[in-house]
Structure formats: C-alpha cells, structure tokens
Design a protein around this ligand. Structure first.
Ligand code: SF4
Length: 162
C-alpha cells in the first residue's frame, strides 16, 4: 500500500509511560487516545528518545530544570537534537510532510510551551538554524485518556492532524 508521507514527532513517553519518573506516569503504557487519534489518521509517529531515561535511568527522582541543566545533560540533549534534525531533514528532502512536534508541558526536558525544557530548547534552536518550522503542541499537565482528555484530543485534531 502507498504510504501517505506524513509523520509527527513526539516525546518518547507519549508512547511509553514506562519511561517517566515513577510517581508521574499517567497511563499503563502509551497515551492511548493520543496515539489512536494519530494512527486513525494514517500518520506515522517518530518517537524521540527520552533524555532523562538515558541520563539517569529508571530509578531517577523527580528533578526540576535547574537541577538537570548541567553541561553533560545539555550535551546529551544536543546530540539527540542533532540526530533528530538530521532525521527531519531526510524526511523533508524526500517530500514527506512533518505535521508537528508534540512535547510534554511542564517537563524540565520536553516542555515546548510554557517554560521550555532543555531538550526542546536545544532541538528548536537547531531546527531554527536548519529553517525547519513545525507546528508545536504540548500534552497538558492534566491530560489523561478518556473524557478528561477529550478537549486536548480536539485541539490535537485541529492544530496538528490536519
Ligand atoms: S524526559 Fe521527556 S520523554 Fe522522558 S519522561 Fe520526561 S517528558 Fe517524557
């Protein structure tokens, strides 16, 4: 079957809540309704790596942006960002459409809107240098699958999946 050449880039834990700091997980695995909505539109999902998982593993404690903001962690986020921009460029150079980038609000690493996380600072800087402009959206801090998350799913549909 012909591919539709549409892809969305998402923070790792949108597909895998097993990667988040233990008390903060909001679903057993993926954000089911978010993923389902994207899949139902026939859009591919490119999952970014989880920098916090790579840096401190599964038993890390909740930390704020200030605590994460070390030279070593910035370097890791820059490496991930460079790799991600290369992947984006490959899609774009081959006629694919990147519909957007979805982060996680209030994350010290992956927040796009509000106080920007460290990965997203580095990634958006590099995207800017490469003149890659995408629609941006965050999973809200109060998002849960089901009725509670319905409003966000509507926003996702209108702002990214069109
Ligand atoms: S660093 Fe990003 S991908 Fe990893 S758990 Fe936090 S918000 Fe999710």
């Amino acid at each position: 079957m012909e591919r539709n050449k549409k892809v969305v880039f998402v923070s790792h834990c949108i597909l895998n809540q097993n990667s988040v700091v233990p008390p903060l997980a909001r679903s057993k695995g993926p954000y089911r309704d978010v993923v389902k909505e994207i899949i139902d539109c026939g859009i591919g999902i490119h999952q970014l790596p989880c920098p916090e998982y790579r840096y401190l593993g599964l038993s890390r404690k909740p930390m704020n942006k200030y605590e994460y903001d070390t030279e070593e962690y910035r370097k890791l986020c820059r490496q991930i960002s460079k790799d991600t921009v290369d992947i984006m460029m490959e899609y774009l150079d081959n006629g694919y459409e990147i519909l957007g980038l979805i982060g996680v609000n209030s994350s010290p690493t992956c927040s796009i809107q509000g106080d920007r996380g460290i990965l997203m600072e580095e990634l958006l800087n590099l995207m800017n240098e490469s003149e890659i402009k995408l629609r941006l959206l965050d999973i809200p801090t109060d998002y849960y699958d089901g009725e509670k998350g319905r409003e966000f799913i509507d926003t996702l549909k209108i702002s990214i999946l069109v």
